[in-house]
Design a protein around this ligand. Sequence first.
Ligand SMILES: [Zn+2]
Ligand SMILES: [Zn+2]
Ligand SMILES: [Zn+2]
Length: 177
Amino acid sequence: MSTITFNVDYVLVDCGKDGCSQSFAMSRRFYDETKRTGHTWYCPSGHPRAWRGKSTEQKLREAEAQATHLTDQLQASAHEAERLRQALLRDRHRFSNGVCPCCNRSFENVARHIRGQHPDYDISRVEGAAAMTFECSCGRSFESLRGLRTHQGHQRDNRWHEPNRAGWAAHRTVVSA
Ligand SMILES: [Zn+2]
Ligand SMILES: [Zn+2]
Ligand SMILES: [Zn+2]
């Protein structure tokens, strides 16, 4: 009488197709592989089968897509915040030059014009702002928004669109209260 000694892991598998009674051992390696990839396997009667649910690789791909999406959102909101700060500075700059931030026209008394024509505009955002300089969070300040933006562009270099980088975070637009 001869014996075979296995030292290999097998997993008992039912085919699972309606009407098929195949129940067989699948090597652990093949089992893990098909679970991971989602690839089709065949029962001994030739029925093509695949594991239900998402394969490990599919889950990983989805998790990565989700992470990328969140990063994109974070970057978008950092850019949005920066855009709002610069827009506010632009409004203040216009106001201090007698230009209406809403309609971009000049007035002798721009505050009176805004109160009369744009009652919804929160004039406290622009009125009484300190002398207009355009400050960067690194401590440098500029006489124009253009100067500030040029400086930031240089500092942020060609990866300026990645706000989570230290170089970006160190050169944010500063808006005083
Ligand atoms: Zn089968
Ligand atoms: Zn106006
Ligand atoms: Zn700076």
